[in-house]
Design a protein around this ligand. Structure first.
Ligand code: 5AD
Ligand code: SF4
Length: 449
């Protein structure tokens, strides 16, 4: 059997697809190549914004044609989108060719459900015989134990994703994540440390610790575990490797974590610290539980401890209560912090969240605001890129460049993408790259021997 996994959304989902791959390979299936037709198709979905959801539903619609050509195909829809209230039923009635729907915390049932679908098909005598379909989104009670036992088929060499905490307790008023991923659950620290050690031993040069809010790691464990302690323990692991983590919540980023980052030989001077808005009123309405001043003071502390730190962020425009003045507070913040990059989003109402119930801002206003914000950040990014020209930076080679034949690409410690001539045997190796040119977000250079 050949499988194909279509992944939407964040790194958490990219890694979860690696776990799904592990489960499917465990039942003897193999990843299908670009031009092969799959026997098992899994859509690992996202619902953070309306467009993510629409894209997934659109593509689930498209697979109907493939299923006609290959009726033995098994189609599964999993991940965040399925966990929204009413969604499993919608899929059941509107997409009758979907065989399996599973949620964010019962994915380990996938092999069993596939076997049941296949067994029921084999037993069918007449067309009118009932097929077996599975629609199950209840969280598995022993989720953490099942997760520890599940195999992972990594697909992102030399980057190894490692989960440290699942779920979110924060309930930002715009966000669907706490509803679809449940409450926070930290993995036991020895399990995380073992996984990091194994990945380093296998030659992974970069470990990215994943969680909706990595800074709250450990609060639900009983041995005084914390994110700071985890970073310090990981820093004692031997070998040449880098550590990044995402995502951090400004309200929980402690002085201890900043110190652990600065003191560690392997934790990168790089942080993704979503600010969302520069207006205190909007931050309050979003239930972010920090102020603009608190955010500025974190940036100061980070830069005092690590002068060359690369700081990226998420910014949202068009939150229901955002006025022109609030938006100006955001652009002012973006101008003064000078992020190395910002991921910018138009607020998208999510059913069931408090902000979706508030009076909304016209789309044209949101569009104009995001246009201005993107232009501003592009200018900052380009200016900061120029500072790299002439310097030599250690880059972990990740892949051949998708756009430039004969070139490789990788990231600096600060998280900037660098492209340079080289052969694929360098993938996974650390190289020193002299930067010769900056083009907005990407740097170009030459590897030094
Ligand atoms: N609309 C737009 N953007 C959102 N994000 C989260 N929820 C929404 C929403 N409803 C953004 C936030 C978050 C990032 C992952 O996605 O900026 O940090
Ligand atoms: Fe969503 Fe806020 Fe939790 Fe992040 S911290 S996942 S934005 S609720």
């Amino acid at each position: 059997m050949k499988y194909k996994i279509v992944t939407y959304g964040c790194q958490m989902n990219v890694h979860e697809s690696e776990k799904i791959a592990g489960l499917l390979e465990g039942m003897g299936a193999a990843a299908c190549k670009e031009d092969e037709s799959a026997d098992i198709v899994v859509f690992n979905t996202c619902c953070i914004r309306d467009n993510a959801e629409r894209r997934a539903l659109g593509n689930i619609g498209v697979v109907k044609g493939e299923k006609k050509k290959n009726p033995s195909m098994v189609i599964a829809v999993v991940g965040c989108m399925t966990q929204q209230s009413g969604m499993a039923d919608t899929i059941r009635s509107r997409y009758p060719y979907v065989d399996i729907v599973l949620g964010t915390r019962n994915i380990f049932a996938l092999p069993e459900e596939i076997k049941k679908v296949l067994a029921a098909r084999a037993a069918m005598k007449k067309r009118s015989d009932k097929r077996y379909r599975a629609f199950e989104t209840d969280y598995a009670e022993d989720y953490l134990a099942l997760d520890e036992a599940a195999p992972v088929a990594r697909t992102s060499f030399p980057n190894a994703w490692v989960n440290i905490i699942y779920g979110c307790n924060n309930f930002c008023t715009y966000c669907i994540v706490p509803y679809v991923r449940g409450r926070e659950l930290s993995r036991p620290m020895p399990a995380v440390l073992d996984e990091v050690k194994r990945a380093v031993d296998e030659g992974y040069g970069e470990i990215t610790l994943l969680g909706q809010n990595v800074n709250s790691y450990g609060h639900d464990l009983s041995g005084g575990e914390s994110f700071e302690k985890l970073l310090r323990e990981i820093s004692r692991i031997e070998g040449k490797f880098r550590v990044r983590f995402m995502t951090s919540h400004p309200k929980d980023l402690t002085d201890g974590v900043i110190a652990a980052m600065a003191e560690s030989g392997c934790v990168c001077n790089n942080i993704h610290l979503p600010v969302q808005s520069g207006s205190d009123k909007v931050l309050r309405d979003m239930n972010r539980r920090y102020t603009r001043d608190r955010y500025f003071s974190l940036i100061e502390k980070l830069r005092a401890a690590m002068p060359d730190i690369g700081i990226t962020t998420d910014v949202m425009v068009g939150f229901p209560t955002e006025t022109e003045q609030d938006f100006k507070d955001t652009t002012d913040l973006v101008k003064s912090v000078r992020f190395s990059n910002a991921f910018t989003f138009i607020y998208s109402p999510r059913k069931g969240t408090p902000a979706a119930e508030m009076p909304q801002i016209p789309y044209a206003v949101k569009r104009a605001r995001i246009g201005e914000l993107i232009k501003l950040q592009n200018t900052v990014t380009k200016e900061l890129s120029e500072d790299y020209v002439g310097g030599v930076y250690e880059v972990l080679t990740e892949d051949v460049s998708p756009k430039h034949p004969g070139m490789l690409c990788g990231r600096t410690e600060s998280g900037r993408l660098a492209t340079f001539p080289g052969t694929p045997d360098k993938i996974g190796r650390f190289v020193n790259v002299r930067i010769t040119e900056a083009r907005s977000a990407s740097l170009f250079g030459i590897a030094e021997e």
